[in-house]
Design a protein around this ligand. Structure first.
Ligand SMILES: Nc1nc2c(ncn2[C@@H]2O[C@H](COP(=O)(O)OP(=O)(O)OP(=O)(O)O)[C@@H](O)[C@H]2O)c(=O)[nH]1
Ligand SMILES: [Mg+2]
Ligand SMILES: [Zn+2]
Length: 358
């Protein structure tokens, strides 16, 4: 326990870099970094300059602490899900404000850019290991290109993608499921059911909860697909606002306006995972993503690129001399090869401004 604490609050590279600039006014032993007294916390949500964190100092000592970034952090960005070190008043009492002095190295980064020409990468969520790409059967209708782009972002960030098809009560999920069959990604289906007494229940939530257990997951998808509805079903008391479909269509309004990390708990109240609800996205910019980064998610195809010309974009058999076609045709990636290559090409093309194929 003590060791664990030491590790999460302990030495950090960023401290090393700022140290020479600091005018040391108080003596410090060599092996103890600045802010050795910082307490570890997790960023739950960010509202302009105010960050709400969950500070966890022991089994029964967990509290929400509002904080702002310390000036010494410089320009380093903080994202929901980040593990941080806090100093100052970390009591969490009303009207107190702690300072975030450290961002721990992220185990994963989910990125997007505002659009495909935007060079600025934005970190949506730090430290997640699973990306739930949420799509509705109808209302709004599925947009395959958006799904593809979210998948590409998951592969790029090293998150395991999971597809969630919601509103299966509004139509036949078969078409969407068929479109995803070759992707080799788990699919979960959720549908609303109205009981005799008028109560609304969400079927499929148990399977989602099982999938989330032991993971730190992020929900992404267009506005109105039911992300917050699902989160409310998973996390009692989450109280996420959910929109009516009318509010969500046509006016570009999102019901959720910021990302929030919530604890997933078992019946005894013990945390069994994390889930981040995000605001709906209309586009998912992938300006930062390279074919190499995407290919890492297609290790079965990767050997086939050895015969490609330098700088091959692998995205088009017609205009490039991409070796992947011959590789797949000769059985290099097994029976699933041709379908996998189609998927890879679709994801590669989803990065560029080409028209939707679906
Ligand atoms: N028929 C049906 N309606 C659903 C289902 N899930 C959610 N809805 C409705 O869809 C609407 C939008 O749901 P939200 O949960 O607010 O959607 P969201 O994805 O969080 O939207 P943003 O926060 O704007 O990104 C609400 O009116 C929900 O009641 C479902 O499985 N079936
Ligand atoms: Mg929402
Ligand atoms: Zn190629």
């Amino acid at each position: 326990m003590e060791d664990q604490r030491r590790r999460t609050t302990g030495y950090d590279e960023r401290d090393v870099r700022v140290r020479p600039n600091r005018r040391g006014s108080r003596p410090r032993t060599k092996d103890r970094p600045d802010h050795a007294d910082a307490v570890p916390g997790r960023v739950l949500t960010i509202d302009r300059g105010r960050l709400t964190t969950l500070v966890h100092e022991g089994q029964d000592d967990e509290r929400e602490v509002v904080a702002m970034r310390a000036r010494e952090l410089g320009r380093a960005g903080i994202a929901v899900g980040d593990r941080v070190g806090l100093v100052g008043d970390t009591s969490g009492a009303v009207d107190t404000l702690a300072r975030i002095v450290r961002i721990e190295e992220r185990s994963s980064v989910l990125r997007r850019t505002a659009d495909d020409t935007d060079p600025v990468e934005r970190v949506l969520v730090g430290n997640a290991d699973q990306l739930l790409v949420v799509t509705a059967v109808a209302d709004p209708a599925p947009v395959q290109r958006m799904v593809d782009r979210c998948l590409a972002a998951a592969y790029d960030g090293g998150l395991q993608p999971v597809l969630v098809l919601t509103k299966a009560d509004l139509g036949d999920p078969a078409e969407a499921l068929a479109a995803w069959a070759a992707l080799d990604v788990p699919v979960l289906v959720v549908r609303r059911r109205v009981l005799d007494d008028g109560t609304r229940v969400l079927d499929g939530v148990d399977a989602v909860r099982e999938r989330l257990t032991g993971h730190e997951s992020v929900l992404v998808g267009p506005s109105g697909v039911g992300k917050s509805t699902l989160v409310n079903a998973l996390v009692p008391g989450a109280g996420r606002a959910t929109g009516t479909v009318n509010e969500n269509t046509g006016r570009g309004r999102h019901t959720s306006s910021s990302a929030v990390a919530l604890s997933l708990r078992d019946a005894d109240g013990a945390r069994i995972g994390w889930v981040v609800d995000t605001p709906g996205v209309r586009s998912f910019g992938l300006a930062h993503l390279t074919p190499e980064r995407l290919l890492r998610a297609f290790s079965d195809l990767e050997p086939g690129t050895e015969g490609c010309p330098r700088g091959c974009t692998h995205d088009d058999a017609e205009t490039t001399e991409c070796a992947l076609d011959a590789f797949v045709a000769s059985g290099g990636a097994g029976d699933a090869g041709p379908a996998r290559l189609d998927s890879l090409r679709r994801l590669l093309r989803s990065r560029s401004g080409e028209a939707d194929s679906h």
